[in-house]
Design a protein around this ligand. Structure first.
Ligand SMILES: Cc1ncc(COP(=O)(O)O)c(C=O)c1O
Length: 377
């Protein structure tokens, strides 16, 4: 009889007594929404990322959407974004009626290639949604220069990247409004939630109004709606979890970086797989997921089946946005539009990765992966 081994999940948040303690305080306070915890969180997160203002919302998608609304994007406008991202990077402006234009990525960083972005600019282009993919900062300065040259709004989708640094400073501190997200697989987890950090007081006030049904904060009472808004409010319970997570963010980032280094060392002896980079002299990754690239000759589906058969979770990370069924149907996108991104998306897969992943589990993941690769699948 073989010894039972436990399943290893893809991700898991690190929650402990501190989250319990703060959530309990909120519950006992009776203020579940629009209470003081959200403002406290906003102040702390703004400080942490080096931005003067922060507005917390119900999700990262909500933050991206409101930035597109504030930018005035609409029908007839084109917005350039990355095909190698989560659908929200494009949905945020499609919801406003704008048209997606996908520029290809740099195979080294998996982020938008500035030359491809420049080539995609037309007379209709109004904005760029730049993604910091898998926690690695994008070419922010080059993209900002393109945006300035053509008079475009630059929105930074940093949903996967809290704590990452570009040119020695944290994402969020560089100028463009940045959106961070807190779904449970993220570095900081609150269940659901997101925050926009901005350097513009006007933008911040608009975000606060738009997330709360277009209300005015300048008097006029609760039912004084001065613009069309949405309910993208966060809750104080989530803010309390967020505060506890922020308190230990440095430790979270450190433990994840250590786990990534361990994987890198273990994978060095395995043929057929390339480990992700921790960054370079300009970028420090905030480790979100651990996505490896298989050699083109490898049968990825068979390798993934091999891992799953041993109770090890894995996922294709990530399929290209423009090849999703709704994108093909609505915009007629097809294979060949972004060959670099498509090639990468066909070869990459995520390994189990989270703050408290155990050394022994990482060894087992790499052993099973190595065996699957050696079997020539
Ligand atoms: C790159 C990227 N953009 C946007 C989002 C949207 O965040 P949320 O799930 O909080 O709406 C995510 C989160 O999954 C993401 O990974």
């Amino acid at each position: 009889m073989t010894e039972a081994v436990r399943d290893i999940p893809l991700s898991r948040p690190w929650l402990d007594e501190r989250e319990e303690e703060l959530v309990l305080e909120v519950l006992r306070s009776g203020r579940l929404s629009l209470g003081p915890w959200i403002e406290r969180f906003e102040e702390e997160v703004a400080k942490r990322v080096g931005a003067p203002y922060a507005a917390a919302l119900s999700s990262g998608t909500a933050g991206l959407h409101l930035l597109c609304r504030i930018a005035g994007l609409g029908p007839g406008d084109e917005v350039i974004t990355s095909p190698l991202s989560f659908v929200a990077s494009a949905n945020c402006f499609i919801l406003e009626g704008a048209t997606p234009v996908f520029a290809d990525v740099d195979p080294r960083t998996l982020n938008l290639d500035p030359a491809a972005v420049e080539a995609a600019v037309t007379g209709r282009t109004r904005a760029i949604v730049a993604v910091d993919m898998f926690g690695l900062p994008c070419e922010l300065d080059a993209l900002r220069a393109i945006a300035e040259r053509h008079g475009l709004t630059l929105i930074e989708d940093a949903c996967e990247s809290i704590g990452a640094e570009y040119r020695g400073r944290p994402l969020g501190s560089h100028g463009p409004a940045a959106v961070f997200a807190f779904y449970p697989n993220k570095q900081m987890a609150t269940g659901e939630g997101g925050v926009v950090t901005t350097h513009s007081e006007e933008e911040w006030q608009l975000l606060r109004s738009l997330r709360n049904q277009g209300r005015s904060y300048d008097g006029g009472g609760w039912f004084n709606h001065v613009r069309l808004g949405l309910n993208y409010r966060w809750t104080d319970v989530q803010a309390a979890i967020g505060l506890a997570q922020l308190e230990k963010l440095d430790r979270i980032l450190e433990l994840r970086a250590e786990a990534a280094s361990r994987y890198e060392a273990l994978l060095a002896d395995v043929d057929g797989v390339t480990a992700p980079t921790a960054g370079d002299e300009e970028r420090r990754r905030s480790w979100f997921v651990y996505v490896v690239e298989l050699d083109p000759s490898v049968d990825r589906a068979a390798v993934m089946d091999g891992l799953r058969a041993e109770g090890i979770a894995t996922a294709e990370y990530v399929p290209c946005i423009h090849l999703q069924p709704y994108m093909r149907e609505r915009f007629g996108f097809a294979e060949g539009l972004c060959p670099v991104a498509e090639g990468i998306a066909s070869r990459t897969m995520a390994l189990p990765f989270f703050t408290q992943i155990e050394v022994a589990d990482q060894s087992r993941v790499v052993d099973v992966l190595g065996n699957a690769l050696a079997a020539g699948v």
